[in-house]
Structures are given as structure tokens and as C-alpha cells.
Design a protein around this ligand. Sequence first.
Ligand code: NDP
Length: 445
Amino acid sequence: MSYLKEVFEKIEKRNQSEPEFIQAVEEVFASLEPVIAKHPEYVENNILERITEPERQIIFRVPWVNDAGELVINRGFRIQFNGAIGPFKGGLRFHPSVYLGIMKFLGFEQIFKNSLTGLPIGGGKGGSDFDPKGKSDKEIMRFCQSFMTELYRHIGQDIDVPAGDIGVGGREIGYLYGQYRRIRGAFENGVLTGKGLTYGGSLARTQATGYGVVYFVKEMLEYNGKDLKDKRVVISGSGNVAIYAAEKAQQYGAKVVVMSDSAGYIRDEKGIDVELIKELKEVKRVRIKEYLNKYPEAVYVENQKAIWEEKCDIALPCATQNDIDLESAKKLVANGVLALGEGANMPSTNDALNYFLDNEVLVAPAKAANAGGVATSALEMSQNSIRYNWTFEEVDKKLHDIMINIHKEAAEASKEYGLGYNLVAGANIAGFKKVADAMIAQGDY
Ligand code: NDP
């Protein structure tokens, strides 16, 4: 049995009840065969077993009082997965589907993504099974305060720096930071990123993940002699990542025709009005079907999954994990999809991903394509350290350069290990090597 298979079986056995985590490990391991063959030191130092076991996993009770005066209990998590190259860094997700396996898959992927940015940040992730949908603003505040009342003791600007993710945006980060500051009695704003501009947030952080996805896809297309102009784009999700991916794609002349939420999707052949989506989703916080109130000629389909039956040149899954399964991948390929840009984390199942690669679809994998968010969070940390703010243009330029560099690193790593132009493998390899080397240099932790 190959070494990789042997280690994978151990990991599978040890984490049986966490299928998403096992899926994420399997996807990374599938890229590592040539790396392990060339670097016996990774085997000698047992890097694969070490890198798949979090340094620390914190699980805690989050009690809070709802508007009806009832005491509600949720479960909070923070996974400090790997700190070999910098303080743990990764978002917080508030969604009812959150459990240890989701936290671990996200934390594991974050290790490689953060490494790929070229910035000094380790991998972490956290969140809660709290469902923000339908909660009042005061309930959100009380929940965030309770969550931070435990989390504060585990984080710090040189220890672990959380940010947003699904269900955690600027409003939640504000409440979380307020409680941190109250408990600590100090203005340590480098402890969280995604902050508001009035208390240390970075310009362009809100846009960064979505813009970064499109910068990466543009780079990938151009490398292959193609471009974004007039391309038909389908985007799943209508949250932070989806909105700014749509905005940037339109700026480059692409035609974004479909966006969704967890209930269904809209199609507007004239091109989606992204400003309206922002108002519906960021301000009014209502369902995407309300889009039709202003544009009755648009179509609403109450079946989120059917989105991948829509014909497109470029598919940008920007909602959640395992959004595209093999069946959806087949439909996309049959409809002539040219490129896939993964805005969400692990939006494709492993068999879907392999199907895209086998059918010569250009794949911009999540770890590389959506790394612009965390990269800009690291730029926010830098600005907090030097107590200075860069302009929007300065941050956006750094983000763009970082995305170009990630594409280059992934393409070169893939080529170096004899895998041709395979950005999925290249991103895994480039991200892995830096962390593995840092772990070896630091001894046997
Ligand atoms: P948001 O909460 O802002 O938006 C999430 C969007 O996805 C919403 O439209 C939501 O619909 C939809 N969605 C959530 N869960 C499901 C589901 N189970 N089925 C279908 N649709 C769903 O989150 P973000 O935009 O921040 O995050 C989206 C993805 O991008 C996630 O995978 C996240 O991990 C990843 N990501 C985010 C980064 C960031 O900077 N924010 C950075 C890197 C990756 P509804 O409103 O109906 O719930």
C-alpha cells in the first residue's frame, strides 16, 4: 500500500464522523504523490499525520437570551489548525449546519490557502451552529457578545485572528470586537479582521474575496489565451463573495445572468443589477426572489440546485460546500462551460472536480481563487500594526498582485511536479510545501 494511502486510512478511521474533513484531506493527498516521492523528509518527519491533526480544538457553550426572554444554548468552535507560519487566521461561520467536521475541513483548507498568499498567517476556523436567519439585531448582538465572552481568551493579534464567513459580516464583527474590547480593556483591533472602517477596518476588505476570485479567473483565462469579455457567467450565492465577484466580472465586460440564495435563483438575461442585489441582501436582508419586484421580466426558479443546469461559459460557485456534485458537473460540461472559479470553500465534490479536469474545463480551485479575502485580512492586520490606512486603490492593487502571484505559484508547482497545467494540484503542492518546511524547521511539534 502506498504511504499516502496508509496515512489516509488512519485519518479516515480517526475522523469517521466528519465526512467533509475527510473529503478535504483526500483532495489534498491526491495531489501529493509526486511531492512525497521527491521529498523523503516529509515522510521521515511524519508531516502528513501532523498536518491533519489540529494543534488545538476549542468547543464551548454559548448561552444567550432571545427576544422572548428564553435562554438559548448554542455550540461554539475554534479550530487552531496549524500555526507554523504565522498566527492562526480564518473566519467564523454562523450557520445551523456547523459542527466539528465542517470546522475542521475549513480550518484544514485554510492552512494551504493562507500559505499560498505568501503572507505570514497560519490556518484556523471557527463558528457556531447559531442560525442568524430571522433573528433581530439585538439577538444577533447578544449572541455575538456571549460567543466572544468565551472566545476572547483563546485569540489575540499574535495568537489567532478570526474574521467573517457565512453568516458573519461587518455587523457581527462589530459586535464581536465591542465585546472583546470591553473584556480586555484595550484597543487591540488587530485581533479581528473585516472590521468597519471607523475602527481599523481595511478599505477593499469587503470586496476582496469576490474581486480576488475574478482577478484569479481572469489570470487563468489569459494564460490560456482567453478573456472575460462577453462571457456568460452563472454565480451561486448572493452574499459577500458572490456580490463582489459579480461586480468585478461585470467591470471586465462579462455578462452575469444568474445569482441565487439558499431558496432559489434568479435569471436576468439583461444582466443582473448588482446594486439591487446589494440592497436586498446587505441592507434589507430579504430573499433574492424580491428582485422580481423591480424586474418582473426576470425569472425566479425555486430550486437552488437547478442553477447548474443553466448554460454558461463561466461558473462561479460562491455559496457553500458541495454545491456542485458529479451530476451538476456533467450538466455544466454538456452545456459547454469553459471555466470554473471556486469562490466558496470546497464547492465541488471530489468526483465533480475530477470530471471538470478530465473534460479540460479550466479550474480555479478555492484555496487559490478565494484567497484574496484572507490576504486582504492580513493586509488589514499590517495596517493595524503600523496604525495607518492605505487607500482603496493601494489595497486593491496589492490584492490584484497577490492573486496574480498565487496563479503563478500554482501553475509553476504543477509544472515542476510533472502535472502540466493543473491548478488544483499546483495550489495544494505550493501551499503544502511552505508549511511542511516550516514544521520541519521547528522540530517535532
Ligand atoms: P454570506 O453569508 O455572505 O453568503 C452566503 C450565500 O450563500 C448566501 O447567498 C446564502 O443564501 C448562500 N448559502 C449559504 N448556505 C447555503 C446552502 N446550504 N445552500 C445554498 N446556498 C447557501 O457568506 P460569504 O459570501 O462570506 O461566503 C460564501 C462562501 O465563500 C463560503 O463557502 C465561505 O466559506 C467562502 N469564503 C468567504 C470568504 C469571505 O471573505 N467572506 C473568504 C473565503 C471564502 P441565504 O442568504 O439564503 O442563506
